[in-house]
Write a protein of this length. Structure first.
Length: 188
């Protein structure tokens, strides 16, 4: 009987150890994901919150001007920033609304309706510059993606598209963040 109790106790201890090890790994990964948020790049807008509605002013239904953006906590080693705005919900596939590269890393703000200092690339519509949300069918998500690079990029703005930009960025990304807004034309 004593042997049975010792074996049972040993099994319980091993089981508890496994549970505690799993819990500590879960807790430490959760702690590290929480702490990695501190000190990471940030991209925010005073016009809408992350996952919030983009006001029609910044769309094809309004003035079609770019929203104000605030940039912070850029890695000190950054040589340039890249801004990409795209819509993965477009019926034709991902629609690129805004491509800008070689933005100075000290840029802290992009004013409403302004192109940031840097090289303005060609969007899916074939134009240079910002093209606001204009979903044809339902609510779409619009991702403003900001990348810090360890270099400046040498791309021709007249012909470079997002595929070219992403290829040129490969291996040079020091950090990234994104701001996502939603827009639905039927809500206006």
């Amino acid at each position: 009987m004593r042997k049975f109790i010792l074996i049972s106790a040993a099994i319980i201890l091993v089981g508890l150890s496994v549970i505690l090890i799993g819990y500590s790994q879960f807790s430490s990964s959760e702690r590290s994901s929480t702490t990695t948020q501190v000190g990471q790049m940030k991209l925010e807008s005073s016009a809408f919150e992350h996952n919030g509605s983009i006001p029609s002013k910044y769309t094809c239904d309004g003035n079609n001007v770019s929203p104000p953006l605030r940039i912070s906590e850029i890695p000190s080693e950054a040589k340039s920033l890249v801004l990409i705005m795209d819509d993965p919900d477009a019926p034709v596939g991902v629609w690129d609304h805004w491509l800008v590269w070689n933005i100075p890393p000290e840029t802290a703000e992009i004013a409403e309706g302004q192109e940031p200092e840097g090289v303005i690339g060609k969007n899916t519509g074939g134009k240079l510059g910002y093209q606001g949300p204009c979903p044809p069918d339902r609510e779409h998500r619009y991702f403003f993606k900001l990348f810090a690079l360890d270099t400046q990029l040498d791309l021709p703005p007249e012909t470079a598209d997002k595929k070219d930009l992403e290829a040129a960025m490969e291996g040079h990304i020091l950090g990234q963040t994104e701001l996502m807004g939603r827009y639905n034309r039927t809500g206006n």
